[in-house]
Ligand binder design. Sequence first.
Ligand code: F0G
Length: 463
Amino acid sequence: MDTSRTRRSWAEPYKIKMVERLRMTTPEERRRAIDEAGYNTFLLHSDMVYVDLLTDSGTSAMSDYQWAGMMMGDEAYSGSANFYHLEANVQRYYGYPYVVPTHQGRGAEHLISQILISDGDTVPGNMYFTTTRLHQELAGAQFVDVIVDEAHDPTSLLPFKGNVDLEKLRAVIARVGADRVPYVCVAATVNMAGGQPISLENMKAVYELCLPLGIKVILDATRAVENAYFIQQREVGQSGRSVAEILFEMCSYSDGATMSGKKDLLVNIGGFLAMRDEDVYAEARSLVVVYEGMHTYGGLAGRDMEAMARGIEEAVQDDHIKARVGQVEYLGNLLIDDGVPIVRPIGGHAIYLDATQFLPHLTQDMFPAQTLAAELYVEGGIRAMERGIVSAGRDPVTGNHRYPKLELVRLTIPRRVYTQAHLDVVAEVVADLYDRRDSIKGLEMTFEPKYLRFFQSRFRPLP
Ligand code: F0G
């Protein structure tokens, strides 16, 4: 026997205990369904979807340990034991002393924006995220993107495309004055750049720049565990450390964090706002009662908080996160092998198809990414999400479309849900679509809601 072979795949550190049946649909059924949904994948009924890669948010499979925790829900109105478990795990793994639960990430974004922002302030950040920026704007701030230029280039192979450009950050602070910058919003990983990580070194440099100026750093910790894994894999001197150790150090370079537990933390609902400053905590405790619920439940049932507390423990296990990111890389590498244009390097939670390269015959006004997402559904029952001109919305001052440099379709992988065979099918469908890309026509918008238009806008095919 040949014992010299040491190749090992990313295989899962779990096995399947329960399954959920999927409906297989015909192309005719799917054509009708996407037409009824206004060519917006958000508006499809989920029972018409085969492989649902719309989002990794709230779509992960919980473990038996988490489900057992659901039975331990302490549904007292205040002082639930599950809150104290959650608080203890946030303190232990993220290092913030104060925690307020929220129903999901945007609940925490709302609170911190209302607490820290005054009208006319500026919030710099490493690329916008839709809900985060909207809450900053609703609180009276202007968001300014200070991510490195490479983040806007889908072909750049920089290992940390989520990094803050320190020169851009300094320039913004010099222009508006440090007293008009309440905080810098640092995301790890950067969703809209393709799930790209920020380095530990860069996070430290941002914090050290802000500290003497009295500017806070608020971390969007939604996918910080995935970011920690990339630091372990890519950053010099970090390979010998555990993901949990790296995560803890990442958080030490911030004053607080907003968290959507629906991603890293493997729950279907839940989030929190965490912070170091006692005064900010006092305000958060008072404000959370208005919008979410008491500060010991924040819009969550006791059982939800228990599942999230347990999810924190599972998320930081090195074997879990290796398989999680490994599965995403598996799909990305299949597409690269087929010559399909995707954002490189492969990100932590999703593969992003580069719709500009995929459909070069469509202008951005013809919504190439929206078109590609709709076609992907018709071709194989695969649901993806537009991350381009529709998601970018309109400029609040001019009312014109924002024209983002990146026009992407996101294939987002839920955690612990799909098998390698599912991903093989996804790659085959995308490759078939790529082969017939010249036949794909664009869309025009027929309905546009006021806020976060990508969720509900409607389209029709161009003739
Ligand atoms: N921050 C990031 C980086 C996110 O990706 C999300 C949600 C949020 C904050 C808001 O959290 O949904 O719990 O209120 N992203 C989802 C997605 C919607 O599909 O990427 P939420």
